[in-house]
Design a protein around this ligand. Structure first.
Ligand SMILES: Cc1ncc(COP(=O)(O)O)c(C=O)c1O
Ligand SMILES: Nc1c(O)cccc1C(=O)C[C@H](N)C(=O)O
Length: 405
């Protein structure tokens, strides 16, 4: 398979982008869906922001380096990757905090309705944020398995909150169909794009979506704890009232008024002072994704994961695939169920193949299309085949659970 992989790499239109990332020698990185790799340009840009803009410019840089405009500027660069207009996206806070703001804002727009509908097994923070609002008497959480979601959209549902690409299985929801169904039932929709942005095409405006959030540190390669993003369709801007009414979301923050008045547009989603270093790193990652283009990223992502399955087949490995077999129906990952998934994952990491484990029995491998090569994929499949055949995962050292998996 190695020869075939090398031929595919040679013909890959994205082959030169791998060199734009700092990847350690001897590592095959299949976890860009949890923490994206480091773009080479990030260190230089960070040095410039730290030494020049912070060290030299000091507080003047809020104006001279336009720090104050960074949430809007960076958000605007994310917009084309998710089918939004630049003035509909803002980079700020964490995905969790943005979920809280937008769930609460959506509930305020739906008097007489309290139900937030989602699915069991959605990413925990999404479910916990609904529960947090429920504890305050503001929401009522309703969880329904994905096959029955459309049928559960009744007149009590204020908001449908779904993760577009499921973090564990990689299964993709039909955004257009579910957004339509929600609107027909009088509900609003909030999409969590954490595992979509920078990996597969998303058309928020084409689908008529109301709200969206997503992470900056996965396929956007913004670095650990990078700022997240929030999207609100333009038609909702005027009515949008979010609960974290901090001064940066004020119409005139530097008027220092005692009374809150929301800024126009998505700016009102801001809360406190923007994290400039994090935004600067995120901007580099987004510019790289934008330069490659989402269609090319998605095409390579599908080709990589399909090639991985072919390699496993040819190596005679039979694993229980929990991701959809159709690459159009999944994000940029393949997840396999195995009772010893944790130990297998650790054995792979010991061989330099970094994927991850999701409790209780999922081995999850992400194929970040900007920097994973076909050769990586062939070698990773070979390692997995060997780990399974030799039973190497049974070693005691691979069973000890780390704090972060
Ligand atoms: C679907 C999804 N939503 C939200 C989050 C978390 O967001 P935060 O950055 O707030 O931890 C993650 C991953 O951590 C995720 O996979
Ligand atoms: N955000 C993470 C973190 O701070 C530590 C470890 C992992 C993460 C993740 O992003 C997990 C990820 N959202 C997932 O899909 O499982």
């Amino acid at each position: 398979m190695l020869a075939e992989a090398r031929a595919r790499d040679a013909a890959d239109p994205l082959r030169d982008y791998r060199a734009r990332f700092d990847l350690p020698q001897g590592v095959i990185y299949l976890d860009g869906n949890s923490l994206g790799a480091l773009p080479k340009a990030t260190a230089g840009r960070m040095a410039q922001v730290i030494r020049g803009e912070w060290g030299e410019g000091l507080i003047r840089s809020w104006n001279s380096a336009d720090w104050i405009g960074m949430p809007q500027r960076v958000g605007g660069k994310i917009a084309p990757l998710i089918g939004a207009a630049p003035d509909e996206v803002i980079a700020c806070d964490s995905t969790s905090v943005n979920l809280f703001k937008l769930i609460a804002a959506a509930l305020r727009m739906q008097p007489g309705r309290k139900v937030v509908l989602s699915e069991p097994g959605n990413f925990p923070t999404d479910l916990y944020m609904i529960a947090g609002l429920e504890a305050q008497g503001l929401a009522e959480r309703r969880l329904v398995p994905r096959e029955r979601i459309a049928g559960a959209l009744d007149g009590d549902v204020a908001l449908l909150l779904l993760t577009h690409v499921h973090y564990k299985t990689g299964a993709v929801f039909d955004m257009a169909a579910l957004t339509r169904a929600a609107h027909e039932a009088g509900a609003l929709v909030l999409w969590d794009l954490s595992h979509s942005a920078g990996a597969i095409p998303v058309d928020l405006n084409g689908c008529g979506a109301d709200f969206a959030v997503g992470c900056g540190y996965k396929y956007l390669n913004g670095g650990p704890g990078a700022p997240a993003f929030a999207y609100a369709a333009r038609r909702h801007h005027e009515a949008l009232e979010q609960p974290l009414t901090g001064w940066m979301g004020h119409a005139a923050p530097f008027a220092f008024s005692d009374d809150y008045a929301p800024a126009a547009g998505v700016d009102r989603l801001l809360t406190g002072t923007p994290p400039i270093l994090g935004l600067a790193a995120l901007e580099v990652g987004i510019e790289l994704a934008a330069e490659i283009g989402i269609e090319r990223l998605a095409a390579k992502s599908r080709a990589l994961s399909e090639f991985f399955r072919t390699c496993l087949d040819r190596a005679g490995v039979e694993l229980d695939l929990v991701s959809p077999a159709d690459p159009e129906q999944r994000g940029s990952q393949l997840s396999f169920r195995h009772p010893e998934a944790y130990a297998i994952c650790q054995a792979l990491i010991a061989r330099g193949v970094i994927g991850d484990f999701r409790d209780p029995d999922i081995l999850r491998l992400g194929f970040a299309p900007a920097y994973v090569s076909f050769e990586d994929v062939a070698q990773a499949a070979q390692h997995l085949a060997e780990v399974l055949k030799t039973g190497e995962w049974q070693r005691e050292e691979f069973r000890e659970r780390a704090a972060v998996t």
